[in-house]
Design a protein around this ligand. Structure first.
Ligand SMILES: Nc1ncnc2c1ncn2[C@@H]1O[C@H](COP(=O)(O)OP(=O)(O)OP(=O)(O)O)[C@@H](O)[C@H]1O
Ligand SMILES: [Mg+2]
Length: 533
């Protein structure tokens, strides 16, 4: 048995009560029992030898173990215990009970635990699993200290310490928690917590530490929070509003030539327009597709990859071609007017003026009207994704305040697609959001979570805990902890072959790191003053 073997049972058997009764055997009694046991084993061995039989290896191993244990008992290094493990299953109906019991049986079988039903003694069995310390069944096995310690379920998770990992914080025991996202089954992570719980703090710290390890990091920052970090490490800062605003053309084609590029672009444009207009009817899709083709044809771009290097058309051109597509197209063009030629055309209908190129690239949405944040986010993510077509290297894309995108069905679809395809591009998508409800209420949001092998839950809001608890299978204790834990503390949930592993996490930063990642206004004001002096 490995250390913490009972933990998976506790996690998996949610609808069962598990009771572990432990009783110490006084050392003289233990020594006496063991002596008898050894004598029995020894005589078996001798008898076999006398009869000229080959010795039974299991008997030999048991005799050796008994001898070893006797020596340790004599030296006081170990003690003997008797321990009983009982499970009681409850359910609302007989069928449900049958099903739960069956599930429990298979869980136990997978843990190599042999279980027997307490036939004719259900009351005693039930009493034994109540938190009363009453062992009415008294079906026990002998354990020495080491074996018993291995069954302690809460010390199970040694915090992960990956060789190439970066520091995420301290585990409950105070041990450093080193984690390598790129060594997991996928490289995505989600970071869920209520406002002010320290999400952005951890996201920034992680970005900083990943940069150290040579990972390329892209950030989409709705609040202009990452600027100090970006400037401190010489990153590229690209604001989408204000005087130095950069522009991104949604009709740009990806660098790597592909015959499907135009089709994929049409899909993206449909999503962007759906977010911009708050919906796209099914009869509008073919019209849009024809107009997209016509726009590219007008710019001399066809399915032939050799033409993809030519300057891409603009949203203005698309609107013009839409207007020529009969009534449906004309109405679509009219609704697109503010973005194609009107007040917002500077954001959506200009040739791209920047490429997301650099070790750290940070897009800022600060200053954009709220309504435009989701489409702008889509624009940035798309530009980042197109740039990933280049040579492979480890990368990480961080979307802070992802609820901005997730609340739009087309945005959620887009994010889900990225989450699915990130691994093939050696890229980890980090989704940070305070609105767990948004993420969990939609199927796409749940899929984004399911596609993240690394999940961090920091402090949760009372109205969200029910949902979170259900989605992450949290025990009552874990829910209580997440409701009350201090800023920067929470649970790290790692999906792995054995199911799920949770490690309590406390995010810590060095003084220098803290200066770069804090968003406390008082501290920021002080830092600003210092900088002026
Ligand atoms: N581990 C930590 N150690 C010290 N201070 C922290 C830690 N985590 C967060 N803080 C501080 O707590 C405050 C809130 O943190 P942060 O901005 O990361 O919250 P948030 O979860 O991103 O909130 P919001 O959803 O509003 O963006 C900041 O002042 C930050 O400096
Ligand atoms: Mg934040």
């Amino acid at each position: 048995m490995s250390r913490g073997w009972l933990a998976p049972l506790l996690h998996a058997a949610r609808d069962a009560d598990v009771a572990l009764h432990i009783e110490a055997v006084p050392p003289p009694l233990a020594a006496d029992r063991l002596r008898r046991q050894r004598a029995r084993l020894e005589s078996t061995r001798r008898l076999e030898a006398e009869r000229g039989r080959l010795s039974d290896p299991t008997v030999a191993a048991a005799a050796e173990d008994a001898e070893d244990l006797a020596a340790r008992l004599a030296r006081g290094e170990s003690k003997l215990f008797r321990s009983g493990l009982y499970l009681s299953v409850s359910a609302g109906s007989r069928d449900e009970l049958e099903e739960r019991t069956q599930r429990l049986r298979s869980i136990c079988a997978s843990l190599l635990l042999h279980i027997v039903p307490a036939s004719f003694r259900p009351v005693e069995g039930w009493l034994s699993t109540l938190p009363l310390g009453l062992d009415r069944l008294r079906l026990r096995r002998a354990f020495d200290t080491e074996a018993l310690a291995a069954s302690f379920p809460f010390a199970a998770a040694d915090p992960p310490a990956d060789a190439d990992g970066i520091l995420y914080g301290l585990a409950g025991s105070g041990a450093p928690l080193l984690l390598d996202r790129f060594a997991r089954e996928n490289y995505n992570s989600v970071l869920l917590a209520r406002s002010g719980a320290g999400k952005s703090y951890l996201a920034k710290l992680e970005a900083l530490r990943l940069l150290f390890g040579g990972v390329q990091v892209f950030v989409i920052d709705p609040e202009d929070e990452y600027r100090r970090l970006c400037n401190a490490v010489g990153g590229v800062y690209l604001p989408l509003a204000g005087e130095q605003a950069v522009t991104l053309n949604p009709l740009d084609l990806p660098v790597g030539a592909s015959r499907h590029a135009l089709g994929e672009r049409t899909l993206f444009l449909a999503e962007l327009i759906e977010v911009l207009l708050g919906g796209l009817a099914s009869e509008e899709l073919p019209v849009l597709e024809r107009a997209v083709r016509a726009s590219y044809a007008g710019a001399g771009v066809s399915d032939d990859p050799a033409t993809h290097g030519r300057p891409a058309p603009l949203l203005t051109d698309l609107a013009r071609h839409l207007a020529a597509e009969g009534q449906v197209g004309a109405s679509l063009a009219a609704r697109l007017e503010p973005y194609a030629t009107g007040s917002h055309s500077s954001l959506f209908a200009r040739p791209s003026s920047a490429q997301p190129d650099g070790q750290l690239v940070c897009f800022s949405l600060r200053g954009l009207p709220d309504r435009l944040k989701a489409p702008a986010l889509l624009l940035c993510l798309d530009a980042i994704w197109r740039s990933l077509e280049g040579p492979l290297r480890k990368r990480c894309v961080l979307v802070d305040e992802a609820w901005l995108l997730m609340r739009e069905p087309a945005g959620a679809r887009f994010l889900y697609r990225l989450a699915k395809s990130a691994r093939k591009r050696w890229c980890g998508l980090t989704t940070v959001t305070q609105d767990a409800g948004d993420l969990l209420s939609s199927e796409l949001g749940q899929s984004v979570i399911a596609n993240a092998a690394t999940q961090v839950l920091l402090r949760q809001a009372p109205q969200a805990i029910e949902r979170i608890g259900e989605a992450f299978n949290l025990s009552a204790g874990e829910r209580r902890y997440l409701l009350s834990c201090p800023t920067g503390s929470g649970l790290l949930v790692l999906a792995n072959e054995r199911g799920e592993e949770r490690v309590p996490l406390k995010v810590v930063a060095s003084a220098a790191e803290h200066q770069l990642v804090t968003s406390d206004p008082a501290e920021l004001a002080e830092l600003e003053l210092e900088a002026q002096d």
